[in-house]
Ligand binder design. Structure first.
Ligand code: FAD
Ligand code: NA7
Length: 545
C-alpha cells in the first residue's frame, strides 16, 4: 500500500517521524511508518538518490559477499518473486537497481529530501520533540527520530605527510565518482580489506601498473561467484518461506546452516577435508561458520583453518617472497574475506606488492608515494580502500543531544553503547538502525528485524497515547555487558579490525556488536515487546513536568 500522508498527528510538530538515511534501513522505515501506519514522515539523505552503501561504493569490482538470494528484503513476497540476478553474488549496480525499484514500488522518494545532510539534532524535554538542522540551515521537528546512518558509511581517509603536494588523482572507494577510466595508468591502492581486494582484482587487468600498499596480510578464501540460471533462482523462490525461517533463526543469517560439529577433537586430515570442500564451494562466512562450530572460538581449530589458507597462498603465489608477504601472521578472526583468485593477482607482472609494515609510507610527493626506505612509487592515481569509521562514525559526526543537552559524543566517549543495538538512555524516541551493539550478520534480515520492532513499538506508543520511550540505564548496561561477554567467548577481539574500532587511530577499542546470532537477537526483541517493554521508561518528561 502507498500513502501520501501530509497531516501530522503530533501536536506542534512538523512531522511525526524524521528518518535519516536512504539505504535498506531508511527506505524500509519510511515504508513501515508512512505506508503502513499513516504517519507523516520526512526523510533525508546527503546522497542525491536512494541506495545508501550501494549509492556511494561504485568502485570497480564492488560486489556483495552475501549470496544474491538473501541480500534483499524478505517482507514482501511479491517483491521476492520478482527478484532477479545473474550470479551467486550481486554486483553494486544490481543492488542499487534493486533499492531503486523498492523506492519506486512503495513511492518512497516523495518522502525524501536528497542532497541534504543532517548536521545536528536535539531533543526538547519540554515538548518531547526532536529538532533537526540540515546543512542548508533548514530545521524540522518530529516526535520520532529514526537514524539509518549506516554502519560502514563514514569513510576513513588516513592523513599522510605531503598529501596536498600530490598532483595525481585521488579516490576513496566509499565515495566513488562515476566514469573513471584507469586504463594505461599507474595506480596505487592503499588497503587490502574486503574492498581493497575487490578493487585490486578488478583493476589489475585494466591498469598499466598496480602498486598495492598492504599494511596487514589477509586471509582470503574463494568467493565461488558462478552464474545462476533461471532454474536455480526459481528453486530459491519456491523455497523462500523455509529459507527466511532458517535465516532468521540462525547465527550469521547468510542463508546456510552453521555447523554444529566442533573441529576440536578431529584429526588434522578430517579438518583438511572439510576446509577443502569449503574452499571449493566458496564464501567467507561459509568457510568460517559452515565448516566447524568452533573456528571462531577454538584457538586450535582457528589455527588449523589459518594454516589451510596459508598453505594455499604458498601454492598459488609463484614468488616465495611475495607469498611470504601475503601470508598473515595474526589469528583468523576478522570479518571473513572472500574473492575470486585474490592471491593469483600477485603472479601478474604489472602488480607490485608493497608491504608497508616492513617499509612504511613516509609521505606523499608531487609524483606519488615515498616509503621510509626512500623508494618512491610514481603514481597517476591513488585509491584509498581504507575502510570506515564503523558503527558510530556517522553518529559522532552529527551533534546529537538528548536530555539535559547530553551529547552522543560524550555518552560514547569510552566506546559506543546501545540497548538492543537501537536505543540509548537519555535519547528518548530515537531509534538507531544498526546502531552500536546490534547483530553481526548478513545485514538486510537484521535491518528488517530492527525496523519491524521499531515500527511495532511506535504503533504501541501511538495507540496507547504515550509521549516518550527510552531504555533504563540498567537495561542498557546489562545489554552492553552481555555483548562484551559474548565477544570475549570468541576469538574476534584478538584480531585488530573495524569490528572493535581498531582501524581508526585514537578510537577507543570497544565491543560494538552483539555476536549472539540473529535468532537469539530476534528472541530478545520479542521478549522485550511481549514483556510490555519491561526495560523501557515511558513518558518521563510528562512525569517530570
Ligand atoms: P547505508 O546503506 O550505509 O545508508 C546510510 C545512508 O545514510 C547513506 O546513504 C548516507 O549518505 C546517509 N547518511 C549518513 N549520515 C547522514 C547525515 N548526517 N545526513 C544525511 N544522510 C546521512 N552487508 C552485508 O550484509 N553483506 C554484504 O555483502 C555487504 N557488502 C558490503 C560491501 C561494501 C563495499 C560495504 C561498504 C558494505 C557492505 N555491507 C554488506 C554492509 C552494508 O552497509 C549493509 O548491508 C547495508 O547496505 C546497510 O544499510 P543501511 O541502510 O543501514 O545503511
Ligand atoms: P577494512 O576492512 O577496514 O580495510 C581497510 C584496509 O585499509 C585494511 O587493509 C587496512 O589495513 C588498510 N588501512 C587503513 N588505514 C591504513 C593506513 N593508514 N595505511 C595503510 N593501510 C591502511 O575496510 P573495507 O572497506 O575493506 O571493508 C569494510 C567492510 O565493508 C567489509 O567488511 C565489508 O563488509 C564491507 P589493516 O588491515 O588495518 O592493517
Amino acid at each position: 500500500m502507498i500513502r501520501n500522508v501530509t497531516e501530522t498527528k503530533t501536536p506542534g510538530a512538523d512531522f511525526d517521524a524524521i528518518v535519516i538515511g536512504g539505504g535498506f534501513g531508511g527506505l524500509y522505515s519510511v515504508h513501515k511508518l508512512r505506508n503502513e501506519q499513516g504517519l507523516h514522515v520526512q526523510a533525508y539523505d546527503n546522497a542525491s538518490d536512494v541506495g545508501g552503501t550501494w549509492y556511494w561504493n561504485r568502485y570497480p569490482g564492488a560486489l556483495s559477499d552475501t549470496e544474491s538470494f538473501c541480500y534483499r528484503f524478505s517482507f514482501d513476497t511479491e517483491l521476492l518473486q520478482q527478484g532477479t540476478w545473474q550470479s551467486r553474488y550481486l554486483t553494486q549496480p544490481e543492488i542499487l537497481d534493486y533499492l531503486k525499484s523498492v523506492a519506486d514500488r512503495f513511492d518512497l522518494r516523495k518522502s525524501y529530501q536528497f542532497n541534504t545532510k543532517i548536521v545536528s539534532t536535539s531533543f526538547d524535554e519540554n515538548t518531547g520533540l526532536w529538532h533537526v538542522v540540515t546543512d542548508k540551515g533548514e530545521t524540522a521537528s518530529a516526535k520520532y527520530l529514526i537514524t539509518g546512518l549506516g554502519l560502514l558509511s563514514a569513510i576513513n581517509k588516513p592523513q599522510f605527510q605531503g598529501f596536498d603536494d600530490y598532483r595525481g588523482e585521488v579516490y576513496h572507494t566509499g565515495a566513488w565518482p562515476e566514469g573513471i577510466d584507469f586504463s594505461g595508468k599507474r595506480v596505487g591502492i592503499v588497503g587490502t580489506g574486503s574492498t581493497g581486494i575487490q578493487v585490486i582484482i578488478a583493476l589489475a587487468p585494466v591498469v598499466e601498473h598496480l602498486t598495492v600498499f598492504q599494511r596487514s596480510a589477509q586471509y582470503v578464501v574463494p568467493i565461488g561467484n558462478w552464474p545462476e540460471d533461471t532454474e536455480t533462482i526459481d528453486a530459491y523462490k519456491a523455497n523462500y518461506d523455509a529459507i527466511w525461517k532458517q535465516i532468521k533463526g540462525s547465527q550469521v543469517a547468510f542463508g546456510f546452516a552453521e555447523s554444529t560439529v566442533p573441529g576440536q577433537g578431529l584429526s588434522e586430515a578430517e579438518r583438511e577435508r572439510v576446509f577443502d570442500e569449503a574452499w571449493q564451494r566458496g564464501g567467507g562466512f561459509r568457510f568460517m561458520f559452515e565448516t566447524f562450530s568452533d573456528v571462531a572460538t577454538s584457538e586450535e581449530v582457528n589455527a588449523s583453518a589459518a594454516s589451510f589458507i596459508k598453505r594455499k597462498i604458498a601454492k598459488i603465489v609463484k614468488d616465495p617472497d611475495i607469498a611470504r608477504k601475503l601470508t598473515p601472521t595474526d589469528i583468523y578472526a576478522k570479518r571473513p574475506l572472500c574473492a575470486t583468485d585474490y592471491y593469483g593477482v600477485y603472479n601478474r607482472k604489472n602488480v607490485l606488492l608493497q608491504d608497508v609494515k616492513e617499509d612504511p609510507i613516509a609521505e606523499f610527493t608531487a609524483k606519488g608515494i615515498r616509503l621510509a626506505s626512500g623508494v618512491e612509487h610514481e603514481l597517476d592515481a591513488v585509491i584509498f580502500a581504507t575502510g570506515f569509521d564503523a558503527v558510530d562514525g556517522n553518529y559522532t559526526k552529527i551533534d546529537i543531544r538528548g536530555r539535559g543537552g547530553v551529547t552522543i559524543r560524550d555518552k560514547w566517549a569510552d566506546g559506543p553503547l546501545g540497548y538492543l543495538g537501537m536505543m540509548e538512555s537519555d535519547f528518548p524516541n530515537m531509534f538507531m538502525i544498526l546502531g552500536p551493539n546490534g547483530p553481526f550478520t548478513n545485514l538486510p534480515p537484521s535491518i528488517e528485524s530492527q525496523v519491524e520492532w521499531i515500527s511495532d513499538t511506535i504503533q504501541t506508543m501511538e495507540s496507547e497515547g504515550l509521549s516518550t520511550i527510552e531504555p533504563t540505564q540498567a537495561a542498557e548496561d546489562e545489554w552492553v555487558e552481555m555483548c562484551r561477554n559474548i565477544a570475549n567467548m570468541t576469538l574476534f577481539p584478538r584480531a585488530e579490525s573495524w569490528i572493535f574500532g581498531a582501524n581508526i587511530p585514537g578510537k577507543k577499542n570497544a565491543v560494538m556488536f552483539y555476536l549472539g546470532g540473529i535468532g537469539n537477537y530476534r528472541a530478545a526483541l520479542q521478549a522485550e515487546r511481549e514483556s510490555g517493554y519491561k526495560s523501557m521508561i515511558f513518558d518521563r518528561h510528562v512525569a517530570l513536568t
